[in-house]
Design a protein around this ligand. Structure first.
Ligand code: SDX
Length: 427
């Protein structure tokens, strides 16, 4: 028998079941609230409101815990590779060797992108932000893959998933190469999934591609760390767009746009721009700490704070360690890293940040590694999207397989009451 919660209002009592998740999280199920009481709840930003039950990712913001399908992010980042983590998130279990090989083989079989898509890419100016290009190209893919739109069977869903896992990295590479004025390259089916991505992005037309294990391993780890994060802004966007039974590619295109915002995935680009501004300003971190605390100043310490983590973001800890290793292995002395470390130290000792439990998040150090890997700042959020792709897919698939209803929140109206139309000559 589930526990009950009681709401009392205006002399009436309303009872609601309390549900408990597998990690002891509690939620009051209010699906009968309006019918029983005529009252709704309101919760701007959904800070206290669950949108769904999900079996994909668990995070505990107070304890700084993050797990994909029960596996800790620390173990996956150390022992797994990105393609097997993608399989785990999407299908629920780590693949055996045969399943992983089949998944990769199916992906390779779908990795061609219609040449006509290049005409759409050509239509963009070089100055176009890569996130806008990527969102548009992802949506344009629909036209060339109509069978991936109205998927109803799990088999159709599988092939829609394989197609986007195959073609999205090509679009990411083309977006970068367009910006750099390089010919649009195709992948190499003899390479691993992430190595192939790196080759498509960086192979120079007149040079042989040389694999750098440090770079590939760092990229693989970054993609794992970004792969899913339960009901964040862009994932909630993918789920609510998909709840109208819009296709997977359309839902992902919407998710890319949501991720673009500087308060969300766009923060990794904003962090680097902030650190470069501090460097240009003589490394005066105290001035920027003051700006971050000044309510009159819209400046925020980008890469700090999180809606859920009120402790260290476990991903930030791993990325910070990896930044030291990668820059060391590549022999790169980046003054920006020292500025970031100084800023972090100051913030962690500052009352404003301590009182508000503002810690470095996933975006604070990731840009330093992307920069060391030769990825332009404007492409940082595209790399976030590349990592988040399997998470978005997993969440969209779960929502569809669970047969969830179309997302349609209510509101409290605060506009004008009924009034009569006044002809223009009398206004
Ligand atoms: C991601 O949700 C996810 O899971 C997202 C993500 C994922 O993997 O999908 O983890 C990825 O988006 C990470 C977050 C990246 N964004 C940034 O780094 C941008 C900077 N951070 C903030 O804008 C902010 O911390 C948010 C948006 C991340 C969270 O904002 P909330 O939960 O709405 O909190 P809030 O804005 O109400 O802040 C609470 C207080 C406020 O001060 P008071 O009004 O209480 O005095 O903290 C202050 C804020 O002004 N504050 C900051 C701050 N973040 C919050 N002050 C200065 N600098 C900051 N970065």
């Amino acid at each position: 028998m589930s526990e009950k919660a009681t709401l009392e209002y205006n002399g009436n009592k309303y009872e609601f079941p309390v549900i408990k998740g597998t990690e002891e999280e509690l939620a009051i199920d209010i699906k009968t609230l309006r019918a029983a009481s005529g009252i709704i709840t309101i919760d701007p930003g959904y800070k206290n409101t669950g949108s769904c039950k999900s079996a994909i990712t668990f995070l505990d913001g107070e304890k700084g815990i993050l797990r994909y399908r029960g596996y800790s992010i620390e173990e996956l980042a150390e022992k797994a590779d990105f393609l097997e983590v993608a399989y785990l998130l999407i299908f629920g279990e780590l693949p055996n060797a045969e399943q992983l090989e089949q998944f990769h083989s199916d992906i390779k079989s779908e990795s061609q992108v219609d040449e006509e898509m290049k005409k759409i890419l050509d239509g963009f100016p070089k100055s176009a932000h890569p996130m806008g290009v990527l969102s548009s190209l992802t949506s344009a893919l629909i036209a060339f893959n109509p069978s991936s739109v109205n998927v109803t069977s799990e088999k159709e869903m599988y092939w829609a998933i394989v197609r986007i896992m195959a073609k999205f990295p090509v679009l990411v590479a083309w977006t970068l190469r367009k910006k750099k004025g390089l010919p649009l390259d195709y992948g190499d089916d003899t390479l691993g999934y992430v190595e192939n991505i790196h080759k498509m992005m960086f192979k120079k037309p007149n040079q042989e591609y040389k694999k750098n294990k440090v770079i590939i391993d760092a990229l693989d780890k970054l993609l794992i760390l970004h792969a899913d994060h339960e009901q964040n802004c862009s994932t909630s966007t993918v789920r609510i767009v998909g709840s109208s039974h819009a296709g997977l590619f359309a839902s992902l295109s919407a998710g890319i746009s949501a991720l673009w915002g500087p308060l969300h995935g766009g923060a990794n680009q904003a962090v680097l721009e902030m650190l470069e501004a501090i460097e240009a300003d003589g490394g005066d971190t105290k001035k920027y700490m003051g700006k971050a605390k000044d309510k009159e100043d819209p400046f925020r310490l980008m890469g700090f704070g999180h809606r859920v983590y009120k402790n260290f973001d476990p991903r930030a800890k791993i990325i910070k360690k990896s930044a030291d290793e990668v820059l060391g292995d590549l022999g790169i002395e980046d003054p920006i890293l020292a500025i970031a470390q100084g800023l972090e130290k100051e913030a962690l000792e500052d009352k404003y940040f301590v009182d508000r439990k503002l810690y470095p998040n996933v975006d604070f150090y990731s840009g330093i590694i992307y920069r060391a890997l030769g990825i332009p700042t404007e492409m940082f959020t595209v790399m976030f999207a590349l990592g988040r792709l399997p998470g978005w897919i997993a969440q969209w698939r779960e929502m569809r397989l669970n047969g969830e209803p179309i997302g349609r929140p209510r509101q409290v109206y605060t506009g004008e009451n009924l009034r009569s139309f006044v002809p223009v000559e009398k206004r």
